[in-house]
Design a protein around this ligand. Structure first.
Ligand code: SAH
Length: 510
C-alpha cells in the first residue's frame, strides 16, 4: 500500500474564516482530521460527513493524548495510506509542537506539508483593536511562552533581554502566571504603569478583554476570575484599543447564533450574522436532493411533457427554481416550450432566481405567503386554465387547492425533496448545555422539526429544555407556530418571511 500524506495545518485563532485557502484545501482533501480544542470545531463542519475526525485535545472525562501518542498516531494513519490533516490552533510553528510531529514523519519517510496559519499572538490582539506594532509606539514585538512553572520559565526566558529588547511583548499560555510575569518585567525595568491587556478567546463569541497595568493586572485577573486561553499584550500599543476596537462595536458581537437552515442555503444567513459581528454556528439539519422514487420521477416527466399547455408556472422558493431548471436539463425540455405561460414567484429571492435565468416573473405580492400570492393572482387566472407548481415535497397544499377553487387545473410536482442530514455534533450539544448558543434561527417549519429530531438522534431526550437557554427566532408566523407546537418558547418572529426580516428580528431580540 502506498503511504499517505500528512498536512500540518494552522487553523487560525478560532473564527473558521481565518484559515488560509491552502489550509482549507488540505482540510477538504483529507480522509482523516486530527484536531484539538483550539482548532475551531466549526471548521469540521466544512468537511464531508464521511471524513474521520479524531479529537486529541483535553477532555475532562477522558485520558488526554500525550504529544508522543499524537506523533505516533499521525505516522500510523499515514502508513495506512491515509491523507491526514493535523489541524492546529493558530500557526503550527508557534508553540504548536509541529517540529516533533514533522520530525517523526520524516523519520518514517512520510510526505508532509506545513501549512502556516494566522497565529493568535497577532490575530487575537487585532480583534481587540490592538496592533502589535505601531509607527510611534512599538517597532518590534516578541512572542513568549508563559506556560512553564516559574523556575523553568526563568531557564527558558532571559527576562532581562525579553524585558528590554523589544517593543510589544506577547505572552501565550500565561494567564495562570500573570503575577509572576508582571513581577519579572517590573524587576527588569518596565515601568509598573506599563499597559497590559489580556484577550481571551479572541475571534470567537466568548472574546473578552481585560486591561490594566503591570502593577495591577494580577489583582484584576483574580477579581474578574479571568480564565484562559488568552493572549497577554504588554506595551503602549494596548492604549490604541480605546480608539481602534472594532468588532466589539458591532450589534451581534459576543453572540453565537445557531443557523439551522438547509445545507445549500445556510451560508447567506451565516454571512449576515458574521458581518454583524456575531458568530454563526452552522448546523444544517436538512438538505434538498433530486427525488429518486420512480413514481416521483415519472410525475415530473409527465408534467414537463406538456409544457406548451400551461398558462401559469408558480415557483414558491429558490430551491423550486433551481430544481425546476435541473429537471428541464435532465429531461431535455427547452424553456421556450412554456411560451404561453406567465411565471409567478413567491418572495423576492425566488423572483431574483428567475430573473437570473432570464425570466421576468409577474409582479410580486406584498407579503410572501401562498395566500397573498393568490390574492394578487386572482385577477389574472381564469377558470379552465392550467398551472404548473414545481415545489418541494413540503410545500403546503393551500395554493393548489385555492387555484382549484378558481377553476384552474393545478399540477403540483415535487421537483426536490427535503431530507434530514442526520448529522451529529457533540460540540453543539456541549455549547447548548453550557449556554454557549445565544440564539437559534429557524427559517422554515422543517428546520424546527428536523432540529428537534437531530437533537433526539444525538441522545437528547428533552430537546425543548436544551433549547430553552437560547433566544429562538423564527422567520414568520408559520414557522413560529410549528416551534410552539414542539413546546419551544419563541422569543421573536419576523413579519416578513425573508432573511433581511429575520436578521433584523435577531438584532432586536439579542
Ligand atoms: N499555535 C498557536 C498557539 C498555541 S499555544 C497559535 O499560533 O496561536 C496556546 C495558547 O495560544 C493559548 O494558551 C493562548 O495563549 C493562545 N491562544 C490561542 N488561541 C487563542 C484565542 N482564540 N484567544 C486567546 N488566546 C489564544
Amino acid at each position: 500500500m502506498p503511504t499517505g500524506k500528512v498536512y500540518l495545518v494552522g487553523a487560525g485563532p478560532g473564527d473558521p474564516k481565518l484559515i488560509t485557502v491552502r489550509g482549507l484545501e488540505a482540510l477538504q482533501r483529507s480522509e482523516v482530521v486530527v484536531y484539538d480544542r483550539l482548532a475551531g470545531p466549526q471548521l469540521l463542519n466544512r468537511i464531508p460527513d464521511h471524513v474521520e475526525r479524531i479529537y486529541v485535545g483535553k477532555r475532562p472525562d477522558r485520558h488526554t493524548m500525550k504529544q508522543e501518542e499524537i506523533n505516533r498516531l499521525l505516522v500510523d494513519l499515514a502508513l495506512q495510506g491515509k491523507t491526514v490533516c493535523r489541524l492546529k490552533g493558530g500557526d503550527p510553528t508557534v508553540f504548536g509542537r509541529v517540529g516533533e510531529e514533522a520530525g517523526l514523519l520524516r523519520q518514517h519517510g512520510i510526505d508532509y506539508e506545513i501549512v502556516p496559519g494566522i497565529t493568535s499572538a497577532i490575530a487575537v490582539p487585532a480583534y481587540a483593536g490592538i496592533p502589535v506594532t505601531h509607527r510611534e509606539l512599538a517597532s518590534s514585538f516578541s512572542v513568549v511562552t508563559g506556560h512553564e512553572s516559574p523556575d523553568k520559565l526563568d531557564r527558558s526566558i532571559q527576562w532581562d533581554k525579553v524585558t528590554n529588547a523589544t517593543g510589544t511583548l506577547l505572552f501565550l499560555m500565561g494567564v495562570a502566571k500573570i503575577g509572576y510575569i508582571s513581577e519579572q518585567l517590573i524587576r527588569y525595568g518596565r515601568p509598573p504603569e506599563t499597559s497590559v491587556a489580556l484577550v481571551r478567546w479572541g475571534t470567537r463569541a466568548e472574546q473578552a478583554t481585560l486591561v490594566g497595568t503591570l502593577a495591577d493586572i494580577e489583582a484584576k485577573v483574580k477579581e474578574a476570575n479571568f480564565q484562559p486561553p488568552a493572549v497577554i499584550v504588554v506595551g503602549d500599543v494596548v492604549k490604541q484599543r480605546e480608539e481602534l476596537q472594532w468588532i466589539e462595536r458591532k450589534p451581534l458581537f459576543g453572540r453565537r447564533v445557531l443557523v439551522t437552515r438547509a445545507r445549500s442555503q445556510a451560508s447567506e444567513l451565516a454571512d449576515r450574522i458574521d458581518e454583524l459581528g456575531g458568530e454563526p454556528y452552522e448546523f444544517p439539519v436538512i438538505e434538498t436532493r433530486l427525488p429518486e422514487r420512480p413514481e416521483a420521477v415519472q410525475a415530473i416527466r409527465e408534467a414537463l411533457a406538456c409544457a406548451e399547455a400551461y398558462d401559469l408556472v408558480v415557483l414558491t422558493s429558490v430551491n423550486g427554481v433551481e430544481y425546476f431548471f435541473r429537471w428541464l436539463e435532465r429531461t431535455g425540455t427547452d424553456i421556450r416550450r412554456f411560451h404561453k405561460a406567465e411565471f409567478a414567484a413567491v418572495g423576492p429571492k425566488t423572483a431574483e432566481a428567475l430573473r437570473a435565468r432570464g425570466i421576468t416573473p409577474c409582479p410580486l405580492p406584498e407579503k410572501f405567503h401562498a395566500e397573498s400570492l393568490l390574492d394578487s393572482l386572482g385577477g389574472r387566472v381564469k377558470a379552465g386554465q392550467k398551472a404548473l407548481l414545481p415545489r418541494g415535497d413540503l410545500a403546503r397544499e393551500l395554493l393548489p387547492k385555492e387555484l382549484g377553487a378558481l377553476g384552474v387545473e393545478a399540477v403540483s410536482v415535487d421537483v426536490y425533496e427535503t431530507v434530514p442530514t442526520g448529522r451529529k455534533d457533540e460540540f453543539l450539544l456541549e455549547l447548548l448545555r453550557e449556554g454557549g448558543i445565544h440564539a437559534v434561527t429557524f427559517t422554515s417549519s422543517s428546520t424546527v422539526t428536523n432540529l428537534i429530531e437531530a437533537l433526539k438522534g444525538m441522545g437528547e431526550e428533552a430537546p425543548a429544555e436544551l433549547l430553552a437557554g437560547a433566544k429562538l427566532v423564527c422567520i414568520g408566523p408559520i414557522t413560529a407556530k410549528t416551534a410552539e407546537k414542539y413546546g419551544l418558547s419563541v422569543a421573536a418572529c419576523s413579519e416578513a418571511s425573508t432573511i433581511d426580516g429575520l436578521v433584523q428580528t435577531l438584532i432586536d431580540s439579542l
